[in-house]
Design a protein around this ligand. Sequence first.
Ligand code: AKG
Ligand code: FE2
Length: 295
Amino acid sequence: MIIKYPLKPREYQSRLGLEVLKGCNLIDLTELQRSQLKQALWQQGVIVVKNQHISASELEEFARKTFGNLMFGSNSFSLDPEISPEIQSQYSAILGNPKGLDRKPPEKIYGARIWHQDKDGVPIIKELEMNALYVVMLYGIKVPEEGENGQPHTTEYLDLVEAYNNLDSSHQKALEEILMYQMPPVWFWQNLDWDNVPKKVHPLVSTHKVTGKKGLYLGSWNTAIPLGMEDKQEEAQQYWQDLWNMVLERTPVYSHVWEPGDIVFWDNSQVMHRGTFYDSTKYQRIALRLGVVAD
Ligand SMILES: O=C(O)CCC(=O)C(=O)O
Ligand SMILES: [Fe+2]
């Protein structure tokens, strides 16, 4: 028998990390280009615009014009006289070591190195629903020459639509029955005043507000609690950990290798991410981070 169309093993091509608007400058996009950028972001989950040279205020202005006025995720900052005003604005946070090399490695492990979803902070804001379109943009101005284990410096992303699609249908159905509480990451189980903690209930299987695609919304290890387990700390954390181990095992990770001038956008709806290590006593990193909720 001749098989006309033999099945080829399909190599997984992540939807995350598409480069868009090649050759464009973010500060002078047309309305059409803004809308194309947004559509690409909802479809792809993570997109990249390369070769940008803009100030922090320009980044903020671009974010307002493109997405809306609700900046969220960093405090409002006042000007630091030791840092160039070019890289400072009210809502953009500076990640890295903008003042120069550290003398000693930082003592604390940087929280963003753990897999997370920035939207976990949404319960703090009453009017926002968990399904809000919370976008974070990270602009690499100075990139460390080396990241972990002699590799380039990266930020890692994991596609929770892919994670959902990788489950068999009975598992998908079982998860669709589950509701979770989400608390903001500052609330730890220890000394928890459950009644007064801001929290929101959401389905474990989320539906994207624009694309309608299904994906998982996992939250984080100590702030996402299945309904019914609110009094069972260990059980809740174990549930989350088992689910996460399974997702991580089956879902390929997309690593964005940073180049100066990259602006990476991620839609926190159905994507998780984590920052990676670099030696701040040897290398400098300057990155601007801005979070905004799309109207
Ligand atoms: O440091 C990074 O590359 C990621 C930081 C992060 O998680 C964030 O800005 O939300
Ligand atoms: Fe983050």
